[in-house]
Design a protein around this ligand. Structure first.
Ligand SMILES: Cc1cc2nc3c(=O)[nH]c(=O)nc-3n(C[C@H](O)[C@H](O)[C@H](O)COP(=O)(O)OP(=O)(O)OC[C@H]3O[C@@H](n4cnc5c(N)ncnc54)[C@H](O)[C@@H]3O)c2cc1C
Length: 422
């Protein structure tokens, strides 16, 4: 007989506070995210996926819970999560709705990068003062008005991989900038109030340089801003990542999310900032495993209570999934725990390895879950089918795609900076 209490018991935390030595405040925030994911996100996930529509209702509820301000400092009214705490909370959301967690990440990065991360980077006292004043304005908008920020960087060329300057350009004018360009895969398109655009600040006659990358919050209602194209992808359908066009859009100076030159410093000196896409997929890996255990035990809601756990082949498959999940969690937890300015070479290689492992293993575990659970588990009425499709997207996401991680690990492991073979 099934124990009904066990069947309805809350999922265990992915990273148990005592085992992973989390502080009480970290544990509390992560538990809050898990409860929210399980209670609010999970029941709605199928609808947003099917419609490929943006989960605006989830964002309204996240505002009520304070989650839109998770990385806004406590003294400014936010929940004050640091990098690792945010990642752990985001993984719990990704476990229940990948598309919401991924979109939420785009929003949160606008406060994390301009917040705790910018605090780690040197600035002149006047830049620091101006930055603190500007970011307070962004914080107020989020906390008081529920403003949502997107993070469209990708342009379809080499810029999002960090190789060349962004083709989207900001021309300095009286009081601000005129911004023109095109961003593809702009998650939250049409739903965001501000687009946190990376562009190249370029005065007339000046050459384009990555050093002059500017991180600007472009108001969605500014003249010259439009969203075009359709959105009917394989997975992560609720992110609604359409194309953003900017045509001479005027953006006032106050909308700078980082002072001049600071984004370039962040990208080179605080590389773990690019690990922020991985928590969603860490959560999806856990979700695929959880699904398999519940399904084989005959406890998956919406399916007949048929047990399949007694077959040795299923037990071996679950054991292999468990091992792969634990390997992924261990490496990822280590990498997010050591994020800091100016990390050593081994730390950077480990961050690439963690990103690669999470993105590839999430999909590998989901694929194995489908094979192990069998045909009935691939029906769209069950979550695994969506988890499988969503998990496929992680490896494709710039700047740290699975391929780019392999590329960099190979090169940086074999060459010290400046070394050549001739
Ligand atoms: C669900 C989803 C949501 C997204 N949301 C956002 C978002 O909100 N904001 C945003 O900015 N982007 C977003 N992206 C876009 C994403 O980060 C990539 O930019 C996009 O997937 C790249 O597609 P592409 O075909 O243009 O890649 P390409 O640039 O054509 O690259 C194809 C592949 O070639 C490899 N490659 C590319 N450049 C190099 C290089 N220099 N060295 C070695 N290998 C390289 C990479 O492995 C890459 O996967 C999203 C993507 C997905 C799937």
């Amino acid at each position: 007989m099934h124990d009904p209490l066990e069947k309805h018991a809350p999922d265990r935390p992915m990273f148990a506070p005592d085992a992973f030595r989390l502080s009480p405040s970290q544990a509390e925030l992560i538990a809050k995210a898990q409860e929210f994911g399980r209670g609010v996100l999970a029941p709605r996930a199928q609808k947003y996926d099917r419609e490929a529509s943006f989960p605006i209702e989830n964002f309204r509820d996240m505002r009520r819970e304070g989650l839109l301000g998770i990385c806004i400092p406590k003294e400014e009214g936010g929940l004050g999560a640091d990098f690792a705490t945010y990642c752990l909370a985001a993984a719990e959301l990704g476990r229940y709705c990948g598309a919401t967690a991924l979109s939420w990440n785009m929003h949160v990065c606008s406060t994390l990068w301009s917040g705790a991360l910018a605090d780690d980077l040197p600035m002149s006292p006047s830049d620091r003062n101006a930055h603190n004043t500007r970011r307070r304005m962004h914080y107020r908008r989020i906390l008081e008005n529920g403003a949502i920020y997107a993070q469209p960087f990708s342009e379809g060329g080499a810029a999002a991989a960090g190789v060349v300057a962004f083709g989207t350009e900001a021309r300095p004018v009286e009081g601000g900038f005129r911004v023109s360009g095109k961003k593809i895969f702009a998650s939250l398109s049409g739903a965001a109030d501000y687009y946190g655009v990376l562009c190249t600040e370029r005065a007339q006659g000046e050459a384009a340089s990555r050093r002059n990358t500017l991180y600007l919050a472009v108001p969605a209602d500014a003249e010259g801003v439009s969203v075009v194209g359709d959105w009917d992808p394989l997975g992560m359908r609720g992110t609604v990542s359409r194309t953003l066009l900017l045509k001479e859009a005027f953006v006032p100076n106050e909308e700078m999310l980082m002072p001049h030159g600071i984004y370039f410093q962040a990208a080179t000196r605080w590389p773990h900032m690019f690990l922020t896409l991985s928590p969603t997929y860490m959560g999806l890996a856990q979700a695929a495993y959880d699904f398999t255990v519940a399904y084989l035990r005959g406890e998956m809601p919406g399916t007949p209570p048929v047990r399949r756990r007694m077959y040795p082949t299923k037990q071996i498959a679950v054991a292999e999934m468990h091992i792969q999940l634990e390997q992924t969690k261990a490496l990822w937890f280590q990498a997010i725990s050591e994020a800091c300015p100016d990390p050593g070479k081994e730390q950077v290689l480990r961050a690439y390895a963690a990103q690669h492992t999470v993105m590839e293993n999430a999909n590998a575990i989901a694929a194995k879950a489908l094979r192990t659970c069998g045909g009935q588990a691939m029906l769209k009425s069950l979550a695994l089918e969506r988890i499988y499709r969503d998990s496929r997207c992680g490896s494709l996401m710039l700047p740290w795609t699975a391929e780019i991680c392999v590329d960099r690990i190979g090169r940086e492991a074999l060459y010290e900076p400046g070394e050549k073979d001739d």
